[in-house]
Design a protein around this ligand. Structure first.
Ligand code: NAD
Length: 358
């Protein structure tokens, strides 16, 4: 059956990097019988300029109909003066909420060719391959009540609520265990169960799910220790699963172990594995329009899409091997360029990946 992909280039370098990812999809459609059709839509500042809203109803309808969404990036200085309700980032948050994308998958994978780009010693990070599974639609970022209130003595107090239902913990837990089954069969659940009752429940529920996956090795770690272990000995981890806020912080930390923001893809999935796929970086207005951005994070996001939403793992493997090959061949965009390698632009890098696919 033909699968529908909605392409949302967005702003800044978004259109440049997405164009390269589309070349890869087109190649697989024509030469590897990948059954896909692509639609294009507007999101972010580009959508605001054209339609007065960062997430026009038409885009939302297309996203609802699609099997997967590929997004470039949104935002830029041009739209910063706008009211918060119509800023480009609202388009992104709106898509996550409307599509109920509760599972955020952020791999931290270090291509051995780029080990010297990390701020950690190469032997600590070489071969690093972690998948962080972050709960994305619950926890303290959404819990009620929240606000800033005035106390009777006149002092102000800020407050938020950390809340998780068992069902919310169960659904993110199952995503993590299912992914671990396809990897090295290890799940580390990160919580603060010694201090927070909400995560005491989290630990209890994760342990219960673990009983359904006897082949997966489940461990638990307090978040403070997890942060320390990520920079001390990151290769001990396979899949990490955690709450919205802990995942927000730990996934940025893990991403930076690889040292190259232009290399890292991400996925946000709903309960039926429909997903939105995007590089973890932003719209990079400082280099937009120059043809120098690294398209590999977006191309690797396509690989994740094929694996998690389109049930085409062989094509996903093919893309990842092609990226490996261009790095082996010494091609580098400016962000990952080092002495002795060949500096290329966005389109040349995309073309090289397409050539390596064959
Ligand atoms: P950024 O990720 O856009 O850029 C940070 C730095 O990394 C810049 O120097 C940039 O040139 C570089 N960089 C990023 N992606 C690159 C790539 N593919 N190749 C080469 N270099 C790359 O973060 P920022 O500067 O803090 O934010 C810029 C805009 O992007 C803001 O409007 C912000 O709100 C938005 N943003 C959007 C998303 C998203 O769409 N998911 C995420 C983060 C930031």
């Amino acid at each position: 059956m033909t699968k529908k992909i909605l392409i949302l280039p967005g702003d800044g370098i978004g259109p440049e990097i997405v164009a390269e990812a589309v070349k890869v999809l087109e190649y697989l459609r024509k030469n590897n019988s990948l059954g896909i059709e692509m639609e294009h839509g507007l999101v972010g500042g580009a959508a605001y300029d054209a339609a007065g809203h960062p997430l026009p109803e038409e885009t939302l309808d297309l996203a609802r109909e699609a099997d997967a969404v590929l997004l470039g990036a949104v935002g830029g200085p041009k739209w910063e003066p706008l009211d918060i309700a119509v800023r480009p980032e609202r388009g992104l948050l709106g898509l996550r909420a409307e599509l109920a994308l509760f599972a955020n998958l952020r791999p931290a994978l270090l291509f051995p060719q780029l080990a010297s780009a990390s701020t950690l010693r190469p032997e600590v990070v070489a071969g690093l391959d972690i998948m962080i599974v972050r709960e994305l639609t619950g926890g303290i970022y959404f819990g009620q009540p929240r606000g800033i209130r005035k106390l009777p003595d006149g002092e102000r107090e800020g407050f938020n609520t950390l809340v998780y239902k068992e069902s919310e913990i169960t659904r993110i837990g199952r995503v993590a265990f299912d992914i671990a089954l396809k990897r090295n069969k290890k799940v580390c659940s990160v919580d603060k169960a010694n201090v927070l009752e909400c995560t005491e429940l989290w630990r209890e529920v994760m342990t219960g799910i673990g009983a359904d996956y006897p082949e997966v090795d489940l461990s638990h770690m307090y978040v403070d220790n997890a942060a320390m272990q990520l920079v001390r000995a990151p290769k001990q981890f396979d899949v990490m699963v955690t709450t919205n806020m802990f995942g927000d912080i730990l996934s940025d930390c893990a991403a930076m172990l690889t040292g190259s923001i232009g290399m890292l893809p991400s996925a946000s999935l709903d309960a039926d594995s429909k997903g939105m796929y995007e590089p973890i970086h932003g719209s990079a207005p400082d280099i937009a329009g120059r043809g120098s951005a690294n398209p590999l994070a977006t191309i690797l996001s396509v690989a994740m899409m094929l694996r998690y939403s389109l049930d085409a793992p062989a094509s996903a493997d093919l893309i990842e091997k092609a990226v490996d090959k261009v790095l082996d061949d010494g091609l580098r965009t400016a962000d990952i360029h080092t002495e002795g390698t060949r500096r290329v632009g966005t389109a040349e890098m995309g073309d090289a990946v397409v050539a390596a696919l064959s």
